[in-house]
Design a protein around this ligand. Structure first.
Ligand code: GLY
Length: 435
């Protein structure tokens, strides 16, 4: 049988991890990554001129190259309708349509559907203008002992649209940024307000074919920039999987993934792709913070280290509506990913073009794989080109061993201003010493 021609859209660590795994598939003929990064060029052919938001360009490429399957990595092209455009051109594509991707792209839509389908989530209020928002904020903080208030811009905001406000002043500033200064553009036309809920967070992933789904074991991200979970949020500074203290897989299956897939399908928006609920384990059990409509980054990096089945076969089965025939086999190992970032990240003011050394040495550490994110090759040299630069992953029969493996890889790598968290997985280890 002729090998499949596959086009993967994106340029982050998630896409390198997906490309690394797809490149191992016996079904693969040729893999393109557009635009890709320095890491993806080692396992696929990059198409650097084809950007993730160039919807017409992606369709033209898929048709001209007779691509059998296109896989969409990031959220923005999903929201821009890349899946609808490819489907119109009769191309197979892994990812939700624009209508189904609203589960991530609109917090108002997502909360409404959660309510309709009785998915556990914090009660919310939708705010349509700044004076209404300020009224709610004043009422909330007027109550003695008020819980922190979470204000979320409705639309996609590069992961920066969620504000956890502990005081009236903080909430006032958030409303000002979102609705008056409009720092997130049209994403801030509406705000979802909800009470802050205490608890630990986990990331769940489910491959979906519109009707059926396969749930991955839990992963845990570490979003704040500094050790101890201090400082501003980032896209994610490190992950572990599986999460040793997590015991709610069946609740997630039955009350969080199943009903939302049913709700989307019932309304005529069947979800094909990776559904990624962000979950908080509250005192009453798991509640949904948000749904994402794509693979997580850097969650994908740890999942791909443990995924033993043929990923390409699974993704194709999602698109062809035959996921129920498939099975996913997981390694019994733990996996950990440590993100190496540029000095200054997550502020957009960081240096680019800084030379990187030591990756070959890191790859010699048994169990280490290094996934590139913000890297490029300039004049034959590997240099930084983004805030999150590399994800160094390790595996081991225990969580402790996986973390030791990943950090041993990190020690080999250097670039000026390199920053990483030194406590990835530490809380999980403290909670579950036997792991
Ligand atoms: N790591 C969080 C995300 O991908 O949204």
């Amino acid at each position: 049988m002729k090998g499949l021609k596959v086009l993967l859209i994106g340029s982050g660590g998630r896409e390198h991890a997906l490309a690394w795994k797809i490149a191992k598939s016996p079904m693969l003929g040729k893999l393109y990554v557009a635009p890709g990064n320095a890491g993806t060029s080692a396992v696929a052919e990059n198409v650097p001129t084809l950007k993730a938001m160039d919807i017409d360009g992606i369709v033209k490429f898929a048709v001209a190259e007779d691509i059998d399957l296109t896989i969409i990595g990031p959220d923005d092209p999903l929201n821009a309708g890349v899946v609808d455009a490819l489907q119109k051109a009769k191309r197979k594509v892994f990812g939700p349509t624009k209508a189904a991707a609203r589960i991530e792209a609109s917090k108002v839509f997502s909360k409404q559907l959660m309510e309709d389908m009785r998915v556990p989530t914090a009660p919310h209020t939708v705010l349509y203008d700044a004076s209404e928002a300020m009224g709610l904020v004043r009422d909330h903080f007027g109550e003695p002992g008020a819980a922190p208030l979470v204000l979320k811009a409705d639309g996609l905001a590069l992961g920066k649209g969620v504000y956890i406000c502990r005081t009236l002043d903080e909430a006032g500033e958030a409303v000002d940024e979102i609705m008056v200064k409009q720092v997130h553009g049209p994403a801030g036309k509406m705000i979802v307000a909800e009470n802050f809920v205490n608890g630990r967070e986990v990331s769940m992933h489910a491959l979906c074919d519109g009707t059926n789904f396969k749930l991955f074991p839990a992963a845990q991200d570490h979003k704040p920039i500094f050790d101890g979970d201090f400082g501003p949020n980032t896209g994610g500074m490190g992950t572990i999987a599986p999460v040793p203290w997590f015991a709610h897989q069946e609740v997630v299956r039955e009350h969080i993934v199943e009903p939302i897939l049913q709700g989307l399908k019932k309304n005529g928006w069947p979800f094909v792709g990776c559904l990624f609920p962000g979950i908080k384990i509250s005192r009453e059990g798991p509640i949904v913070l948000e749904y994402n409509a794509r693979f997580g980054d850097p969650e994908t990096q740890v999942h791909m280290r443990r995924f033993k089945s043929d990923l390409l076969a699974l993704l194709l089965a999602c698109v062809e509506g035959r996921l129920s025939e498939m099975h996913i086999e997981w390694s019994s190992d733990f996996a950990a990913c440590i993100v190496l970032a540029s000095e200054g990240y997550p502020s957009p003011k960081y240096k680019k073009g800084v030379p990187i050394s030591g990756i070959e040495e890191a790859l010699k550490v048994p169990g280490v794989e290094v996934f590139h994110a913000g890297t490029s090759i300039v004049n034959g040299k590997l240099v930084t080109s983004g805030g999150r630069v590399l994800g160094v992953t390790g595996v081991g029969s225990t969580l402790r061993k996986a973390l030791e493996c990943a950090y041993a890889g990190v020690e080999q790598i250097e670039f000026e201003g390199m920053y990483y968290r030194r406590d990835i997985g530490a809380r999980s280890l403290a909670l579950c010493r036997e792991f």
